[in-house]
Design a protein around this ligand. Structure first.
Ligand SMILES: [Zn+2]
Length: 440
């Protein structure tokens, strides 16, 4: 089924009834709401987060229940916030933000309204990667910004619709007529591309990216399916191999940097061989939105398991050696390479990225007896900065006794950013949880 052209709307973008003509009681978000005050669809801590507003933002409240107030935000959105983060405008320590052209708060980069949330969904696909990114839609088509673009990175390990957890996640959240503006297969391994078959079968796909690295007959069949995809009646554009990626236009508000993909030429040095070489071919993509940035690393590697983590090799060494690339690695958030394997995330690479949020997409599939992530890899991130928060799509999977066939159990990670703050909501078996920071 190929759906008509259009844009994906999130099921969680709930339309709540407006406050009927009343201004309500004024409140201001207290400074204790860091990094911002989450506004939810219902007065429950597990209700869907609608937005996150900065300290100092003026709101009005029209009703309350124990612990919660129903508020209207500057952009008119209505939701529920915890009472303890809302103070009277006259309260000591509260500095209301001056109104700045209606919805936009002054601490947001000038061109991005506070309410323009970009979302990144790291779906629990079991062992593998499946990531859906949706940009804000301002409702003005074709003005070159906030166009509601959909970008998919990999699709997880399951080719059949019945088992495809990535497809099952995205389908109910998509409009009829959804279009995937960009489908990126980081590299042709079977924990990354098979689930992308469901995307090709159920959605229009406009641009397809991969490293142009062959990997056997099944991947060739997949490429035949990709080649038959269409984008609003036109053929999919195949952008295979780093020199052919071009400069994608996913909206002028979004910075896009392809930092790595190889092999550029056959026999390029430093890439390893066999599966290592294919991992090192991974597309590495950085997105920048306001002051926040997001690095997606595929399975790019930095060492052999027994190598010294202080001495990068392979893709990490090649990125660090290229000053134009190395200077762009620093990111607010990293989707850790290779499911947190010991063969990636060398110390100099972690130092260059210097993330606040670390996302691990992994499951319960043993590689030579080893499950990913390796704890030593995560410890390297914590040693770099003990305030880092690590989120995992295999949350509790080992303790729950999950296997390769039961490890996709809704440990999803949803990241939202308005260009000023980044808010991560993680789930364990579908229930929200907050990880602790690495600790001292
Ligand atoms: Zn992988």
């Amino acid at each position: 089924m190929i759906r008509r052209a259009g844009a994906i709307a999130l099921a969680l973008a709930l339309a709540l009834p407006p406050l009927r003509g009343q201004t309500g009681e004024p409140f201001v978000v207290r400074p204790s709401a860091t990094p911002c005050l989450v506004v939810r669809s219902a007065p429950r801590s597990d209700a869907v987060p609608l937005s996150c507003i900065l300290a100092g933002t003026a709101v009005s409240a029209d009703s309350a229940v124990p612990f919660w107030r129903r508020i209207r935000m500057p952009d008119g959105t209505i939701g529920w916030s915890a009472k303890k983060f809302l103070g009277a405008p006259s309260e000591a320590g509260i500095a209301p933000l001056p109104a700045a052209g209606g919805a936009a708060g002054p601490t947001t980069p000038a061109s991005i309204p506070d309410s323009a949330w970009l979302e990144i969904h790291v779906v629990d696909v079991g062992q593998g990667d499946g990531i859906w990114i949706s940009t804000w839609d301002d409702g003005v088509p074709d003005n070159g910004r906030f166009e509601g673009r959909n970008i998919v990175i990999d699709g997880g390990p399951d080719a059949s619709d019945q088992r495809n957890e990535f497809l099952k996640y995205i389908l109910p959240r998509a409009h009829d007529g959804a279009v995937i503006d960009a489908l990126i297969v980081t590299h042709p391994h079977n924990d990354h591309y098979p689930g992308a078959r469901g995307i090709v079968a159920h959605f229009d796909v406009c641009d397809y990216y991969d490293p142009d690295t062959p990997n056997g007959p099944d991947f060739e069949r997949f490429m035949h399916e990709v080649g038959a995809a269409t984008c609003r009646g036109d053929p999919v554009r195949l952008r295979r191999g780093f020199p052919n990626f071009g400069r994608p236009d996913w909206g002028s508000e979004l910075g896009v940097d392809f930092l790595w993909s190889g092999p550029i030429t056959a026999g390029a040095p430093g890439m390893g061989s066999g599966g290592t070489r294919i991992n090192n071919a991974s597309v590495v993509l950085k997105l920048t939105y306001g002051t926040q940035s997001f690095l997606f690393t595929g399975d790019a590697e930095g060492k052999e398991r027994a190598d010294d983590p202080e001495r990068p090799r392979y893709a990490e060494a090649l990125m660090l050696a290229d000053s134009a690339v190395a200077s762009k690695l620093k990111s607010t958030l990293i989707k850790v390479a290779h499911h947190g394997s010991e063969t990636s995330s060398t110390t100099p690479f972690i130092r260059a990225v210097d993330p606040r949020f670390v996302i691990v997409s992994s499951g319960r599939r043993a590689y030579s007896g080893t499950f990913l992530p390796d704890s030593a890899t995560l410890q390297r991130y914590c040693a770099h900065n003990s305030q880092i928060r690590i989120y995992r799509t295999d949350q509790n999977d080992a303790a729950e006794g999950r296997t390769t066939t039961t490890d996709a159990d809704a440990d999803h990670i949803v990241i939202r950013t308005n260009g000023t703050v980044t808010v991560v909501q993680a789930y364990s078996a579908g229930q929200p949880y907050d990880p602790v920071a690495c600790g001292p």
